[in-house]
Design a protein around this ligand. Structure first.
Ligand SMILES: Cc1cc2nc3c(=O)[nH]c(=O)nc-3n(C[C@H](O)[C@H](O)[C@H](O)COP(=O)(O)OP(=O)(O)OC[C@H]3O[C@@H](n4cnc5c(N)ncnc54)[C@H](O)[C@@H]3O)c2cc1C
Length: 555
């Protein structure tokens, strides 16, 4: 696609890999500091194919905000991609042959915070073009073959058809995805005890889950009739499946599974996976072709999670996207990690090139934040897929995880707090204190998933609770307001921890170990969750109370 218009060999910044992370990093830095000379080297040929390209097609709140506001891709997102109807989880019920009988966690109306379903090829082509137009050298069909770190300038070798070129940049951003050029070269990789596998594929038709039932009471719960625009997740013991609509009328489908419950052998080839789907997810199976020849593609990945010991270095390199780390796709936060890594990296590099005096302090704080988001999320995923065996435990976990996400990462990112050194220092202790609470609660969710606690009912985020979360990221706030909100968030999470522990364990006559926090007495914390009768989520919708018309969540 792009040709070299001038010699970029002595560029300020060399970006290895022109995928989502590399292209957005280049664009963000160029927009922040236009005089920076940047080369992005990508081994594929541009433009890349659309529709069946890369996995990572659902953008969550941080990632969507990043593309719209930080990168300036609002128009592209609204016009070229699909608006997402949030996350929608269907727990297992019986033989999973009737979606209207499956406990559903999801919004009844669209969220005011606009998120998106992505055609990755379309997005990366538009990003490459925008970067080129801004003066970034986007060089395709070249492979990075060597990276040597130097005291003043680094040395990078790239190859194309046997011919070699050298670059000597001041900075390297490694955005080479799972190739992880620098992470491997410097031995930075960290093994994670999170053994989960995935396989995925695309079909060339729209899959409309709304058509899986003709029960009018089930349809009435989502008056727009657009459940299909959600990231639909079908979950059961040890697994979840995604169904994501793509802008091109195609659909992306994937399974993510803990091999203790769903062996890799059952998902690693399409014929085996289709057989597994017929047994466990018959409504989805009936929409799919019998053989792989009917698919647009089929991919798989064994034990996909890994970490890194460092993300940003005093030796003038940084890792972004999957070149650094990848934890789990459950809540579609891959792009969030890119947003955070790029925002830290580009601010650090811009300051360093301008010879700002606080480089060391900035580097230390940003590297800690980069690694901290990983540590913060880890308890939510590691070993947690077994929770999906039980719909009540799943409902509690999803409320907990989403409350946590909106109250801390979404708040900090959307209010431009993550690059502010003094601000980060002022909240470090509070955020760190939430970690033992998360670890504690994820353990409780696993325990509850093995108990019969039907009389406790289903937890559903209350309308007030949902509005509070939406409000966090839509209203403008000073840094002091954000600090107050964090304190409020810590109180809410503490309240929620006690509420779940007491309500969920009581019917089993078990005294759970107490959360490592006091129960707040502040009445503002109360009412974040409402409890609906077990039967309301497990019998036919026609036999249950209709939900209030203005309810945010499916009741
Ligand atoms: C099963 C699964 C589901 C996921 N679902 C979601 C989701 O719903 N939402 C979400 O946000 N994230 C999701 N993710 C994560 C998402 O896929 C990643 O965050 C994202 O694709 C990473 O982008 P990247 O730019 O780091 O890597 P890539 O997109 O892989 O880009 C790396 C680029 O580097 C190039 N490259 C590699 N080596 C070289 C070399 N030597 N020389 C030159 N170029 C090179 C490659 O060609 C490639 O274009 C999912 C991940 C998995 C595994």
């Amino acid at each position: 696609m792009s040709t070299v218009t001038k010699n970029p060999a002595n560029c300020d910044v060399f970006v290895a890999g022109g995928g989502l992370a590399g292209l957005t990093a280049a664009l963000q830095l160029k927009q922040m500091r236009p005089k920076t000379s940047i080369a992005v080297v990508e081994k594929r040929s541009l433009p890349v194919p659309e529709v069946a390209f890369k996995v990572g097609e659902s953008a969550a709140e941080i990632g969507s905000h990043y593309l719209k506001e930080s990168i300036g891709f609002k128009r592209h997102m609204e016009e070229e991609q699909i608006r997402k109807f949030s996350l929608r989880i269907f727990s297992s019920a019986g033989a999973n042959s009737d979606i209207s009988r499956r406990p559903e966690i999801g919004l009844s109306r669209f969220s005011p915070l606009r998120t998106y379903q992505l055609d990755r090829g379309k997005l990366e082509n538009a990003l490459a073009e925008a970067a080129s137009n801004l003066g970034v050298e986007v060089i395709d069909e070249h492979t990075v073959t060597a990276l040597e770190l130097g005291p003043d300038r680094h040395r990078v070798t790239v190859k194309r058809n046997g011919s070699t070129r050298d670059f000597s940049p001041r900075w390297i951003i490694d955005a080479s995805g799972r190739a992880g050029l620098l992470r491997r070269r410097l031995g930075l990789g960290v093994d994670i005890d999170h053994d989960v596998n995935a396989s995925w594929f695309r079909v060339g038709k729209r899959i409309v889950v709304d058509q899986w039932s003709d029960d009018p009471a089930w349809h009435a719960r989502v008056p727009s009739g657009k459940r299909w625009m959600s990231t639909v997740q079908l979950v059961g013991e040890g697994y979840w499946l995604w169904v994501i609509p793509l802008p091109s009328e195609a659909t992306s489908i994937g399974i993510v599974a803990d091999p203790r419950f769903v062996p890799y052998e059952r998902i690693r080839r399409y014929d085996a996976l289709h057989e597994w789907l017929r047994e466990n997810e018959p409504q989805l199976a009936s929409e799919l072709p019998e053989s792989e020849s009917g698919l647009l593609d089929f991919r798989k990945l064994k034990k996909y999670a890994y970490g890194t010991r460092r993300g940003l270095s005093p030796q003038r390199w940084a890792l972004t996207g999957e070149a650094g780390l990848f934890l789990d796709p459950l809540y579609s936060t891959g792009l969030d990690f890119i947003a955070i890594a790029n925002t830290l990296t580009t601010r650090l590099i811009a300051g360093a090139l301008d010879e700002e005096r606080d480089f060391k302090r900035r580097l230390k704080a940003y590297n800690a934040f980069y690694l901290g988001q990983f540590l913060g999320w880890e308890p939510a995923f590691r070993g947690q897929y077994e929770v999906f065996r039980d719909a009540q435990a799943t409902a509690a976990k999803v409320i907990w995880d989403n409350a946590f996400y909106f109250m801390f990462p979404v708040l900090l990112f959307t209010k431009d707090c993550i690059t502010d050194l003094d601000f980060l220092a002022s909240i470090r202790r509070q955020i760190a204190d939430t970690h033992p609470l998360s670890v504690h609660m994820q353990q409780r969710f696993r325990e509850v998933s093995k108990l019969d606690v039907r009389s406790a009912g289903f937890p559903v985020a209350s309308d007030r609770g949902v509005e509070d979360l939406f409000e966090i990221s839509s209203q403008s706030m000073s840094k002091d307001d954000v600090r107050e909100r964090i304190k409020w968030g810590v109180d809410k999470m503490s309240w929620l921890a006690h509420e779940f522990s007491e309500r969920l364990f009581e019917p089993a006559g078990i005294e759970p170990s107490a959360p490592p926090c006091a129960r707040p007495t502040d009445s503002a914390s109360v009412g974040f969750v409402t409890w609906v009768p077990y039967s309301q989520r497990t019998t036919s919708p026609a036999e249950t109370q209709p939900q209030p018309a203005d309810s945010w969540m499916i009741r």
